[in-house]
Write a protein that binds this ligand. Sequence first.
Ligand SMILES: *[C@@H]1O[C@H](CO)[C@@H](O)[C@H](O)[C@H]1NC(C)=O
Ligand SMILES: *[C@@H]1O[C@H](CO)[C@@H](O)[C@H](O)[C@H]1NC(C)=O
Ligand SMILES: *[C@@H]1O[C@H](CO)[C@@H](O)[C@H](O)[C@H]1NC(C)=O
Length: 190
Amino acid sequence: MAQFIQKHKNTILSILIVSLILQVQCHQFSRKLSPKSHAFKKQKLTHLHFYFQDIAGGDHPTALRVAEAPTTNTSKTGFGATIIIDDPLTEGPNRTSKIIGRAQGMYASADLNVFGLMMAVNFVFLEGKYNGSTVSILGRNGITMPLREMPIVGGTGIFRFARGYVQANTASFNALGDASVEYNVYVLHY
Ligand SMILES: *[C@@H]1O[C@H](CO)[C@@H](O)[C@H](O)[C@H]1NC(C)=O
Ligand SMILES: *[C@@H]1O[C@H](CO)[C@@H](O)[C@H](O)[C@H]1NC(C)=O
Ligand SMILES: *[C@@H]1O[C@H](CO)[C@@H](O)[C@H](O)[C@H]1NC(C)=O
């Protein structure tokens, strides 16, 4: 036995060192990757166009007020009103047109003086190669302005590493509080 160890001590030592290195690598907290190894090759700029159907009234609302402040109803901007949405995203301005995704998340009245919403919304796409991919919007929506801009803060699926911006303008609204809002999305991704 001792003779065997003596004879092969270099081999045994190498095996021990290699297994030690492998073990360290297995528990490694961080490592550098080539973006190419994850198929992140060329950055693309994609433009998406659709309508956001915010349905507050009727028998099947998709935007529900879930919270308010004691002063919300007397505030000139409804400050504190918080709405959770699962709104259809449609191809055309009419809510009966084809649904290509949904807007899920929340918005809240967050400006004491002029109408301004804080939006935290995920666009979940359902169409073709975008099916299941999402982009996340976080920003201020000054709803009385003709054109509003909000940042894209991230994405999943096709939209991994997403950044960019969206532009929103209200196409129509009615007395029930329903609105159809046109969205142009400009998203950088791989
Ligand atoms: C404020 O107005 C909303 C919407 O009309 C209503 O649902 C809610 O009950 C009101 N809240 C108070 C405290 O009056
Ligand atoms: C939307 O389409 C429906 C059915 O096609 C139609 O009855 C309705 O008038 C349209 N609404 C608008 C606002 O164009
Ligand atoms: C989108 O993906 C879901 C879940 O995988 C699937 O059930 C659905 O049919 C797909 N829709 C389209 C339009 O491909």
